[in-house]
Design a protein around this ligand. Sequence first.
Ligand code: FE2
Length: 198
Amino acid sequence: MPSFATPPVLPQVIGFDTATGAVTPVGRMIACRVTDLVGLCADETARRYMAEAGDPVVYEVVSSRVPETSGELPQSVTTIHPGTIGGEFHFTRGHMHTRARGEVYLGLTGTGGLLTFDGRRAVWVAMAPGTIGYIPPGWAHRSVNTGDEPYRFLAVYPGDAGHDHAWVAENGMGHRVMRGASGEPELAPFPRPAAGSR
Ligand SMILES: [Fe+2]
């Protein structure tokens, strides 16, 4: 028997519905609307207009009940709905881990990717159903839906990773993913959040 103290979480099956993204039993649930993306979009005027005109949900996150504590491996399933804000594909707020911890993503449905940024370099990791995306420690990450269907992925991360959203608000993500003239995603350099948007 190992010498470490076993946290009070038993081995378990976590139900997952590929069609709806539902997790059973479910833990924390988050719905992020256009309102919640203030200061993060390339086009603040477009964001404000959308927030006032219905304020749609951009993405949802559902987590299992595995706790975010050291040694555990919590999971979450994120669904980013298709669409753009001022030509910028729907994205998650993004975060840097507060500790040097990596993370694994598994693409489930739709098409999208991971925009990663270490403060100097930005790397785009294209994701599709079955793709495993790896984020090393020290890389901020933001997910983007570049398709016309909901983009859904599973994330598995160390329980003590921590989520620093302020780092992204301050440093940006290096690039933005814009819808090109043909509808295809185009990576555009954008080192900082839009001026006057914060
Ligand atoms: Fe993360």
